[in-house]
Design a protein around this ligand. Sequence first.
Ligand code: SF4
Length: 217
Amino acid sequence: MNPDTLQVHEIYRSIQGESSFAGLPCTFVRLTGCNLRCTWCDTPQAFVGGKRMQRRDVLAEALSHETQLVELTGGEPLLQSATRPLLSELCDAGRTVLLETSGERDLSDMDPRVHRIMDLKAPGSGESERNRWQNLELLTPLDEIKIVLADRIDYEWARDVILREQLADLVGEVLLSCVHGALDPRMLVEWALADGLPVRVQLQLHKYIWGADAQSV
Ligand code: SF4
């Protein structure tokens, strides 16, 4: 793929709904395309379409929203070769840069200033076998790991991985989320407290503010 252009689904300003940055103003650059098909995916609209843009124009538009925080998301941003240079250019511009990634792509050769929020896919996603476990060695305290849970089976899988791989020692935050409308957050909180897990339980703020099906928020 051309490192000078990107297939862009949308660029918009909102507040960050997840991660340790939740609640802060953030510009989102949502790129088109994903090679996974998580059963509970809430952004299937980004699988196809969007428009082809020069990387310099994506950078200019992302900066024009004037938020300190900028996130590249998707879809899966690392399917496009222009993503890595764009991440560095956003860092060069003084922004705090987040990358949301599925955990299936290789995370090596990335600007160390980027905060990577990497998913680990639990069994309920249907994509658990795509986790690239070698990525764990590349993560630093600047990064965060997110596991989205659909049920108790997913929770027990996550608990075992968190303890076996000592995830809390690898990254700044281990985030546990519920599939919206499938797993009651109260159950997750009770389970995590009962097991004494070193995690941050998070809600997707944007779904509580604008509704579960709202887009571009
Ligand atoms: S990796 Fe993300 S964008 Fe791709 S299918 Fe899964 S949830 Fe959707």
